[in-house]
Ligand binder design. Structure first.
Ligand SMILES: Nc1nc2c(c(=O)[nH]1)N[C@H]1C(S)=C(S)[C@@H](COP(=O)(O)O)O[C@H]1N2
Ligand SMILES: [Mo]
Length: 247
């Protein structure tokens, strides 16, 4: 929450907060979004962690939504799943949970779905607006009896990126956020391989690298120690990106 004193200090203090934020982000993004970051920074300062990310109209959707990072995991295991149209896919959900289990795509598709048109912001300086559909992550976690006392959920992916396993983690506040979904579809069609088939995370209050594609398993944990190099994600471990990538 923003301190009352800062609010009373008025425009100058808030503007400064916005400027600092712009200076921290990589140059391309800063140039593209400078004005907007200022505005959004102020908005966020006044909102809590459960605030919703903006949603858009269908006519605002990007004609092209580029893919980034891994375009195809291209491992024997993954290729076998693709060949079988993901009939053999199982999403394992476990860790700190009363009823660890795995879900087929049919299981996931039969859960109540949320559909949302949101803007994806990549730290490299591009954005795209697309429509995503799938069950709330919270529904899936509840179905596996994930403990509310767990602190994080870790997503392990099918791909290696630069030879390292891609993984990510979020805390339970984001995991149970009403827009955090396991997307099975994008722009009205089953996810394609480039965008993370068959299941990818959408965690709409955070930057693109948190949105794990090709999710293979989800583990609820109390600490990120011992997961990868301990910083909670591929980019956090290898390039020192922030673990909390709020936008
Ligand atoms: N498994 C996996 N997830 C990933 C990545 C990746 O390389 N592998 N790249 C991340 C980055 S940096 C971005 S911007 C988005 C890109 O999603 P898109 O390919 O659907 O545009 O996926 C994120 N999730
Ligand atoms: Mo990204």
């Amino acid at each position: 929450m923003i301190a009352r004193r800062t609010l009373i200090a008025g425009g100058a203090g808030l503007m400064l907060a916005g400027c600092e934020k712009v200076v921290q982000v990589p140059a391309a993004r800063a140039i593209l979004f400078a004005g907007e970051d200022m505005h959004r920074g102020l908005q966020r300062a006044l909102q809590g962690r459960d605030a919703l990310a903006p949603e858009y109209r269908r006519d605002q959707m990007s004609p092209i939504f580029r893919a980034n990072g891994t375009f195809n995991p291209n491992t024997p295991d993954y290729n076998a799943l693709v060949a079988d149209k993901f009939a053999g896919y199982r999403l394992a959900v476990g860790g700190l949970a009363d009823a660890p289990r795995s879900f087929t795509l049919v299981d996931l598709a039969s859960m109540p779905a949320r559909r949302q048109i949101t803007r994806h912001d990549c730290v490299e300086g591009w954005s795209a607006i697309g429509e995503w559909q799938g069950p709330l992550l919270g529904t899936v976690l509840k179905a596996a009896g994930v403990w509310r006392s767990a602190r994080y959920v870790v997503f392990r992916c099918f791909d290696l990126y630069g030879g390292q396993p891609y993984y990510e983690s979020i805390d339970l506040v984001d995991a149970f956020h009403p827009q955090t979904i396991l997307a099975l579809a994008m722009n009205g069609r089953a996810l394609d391989v480039a965008h993370g088939a068959p299941v990818r995370l959408r965690v709409e209050r955070q930057l693109g690298y948190k949105h794990a594609k090709y999710v293979q398993s989800i583990e609820a944990v109390a600490t990120l120690d011992g997961i990868g190099k301990g910083k909670g994600g591929y980019w956090e471990d290898n390039v020192d990106y922030d673990w909390y990538a709020g936008i």
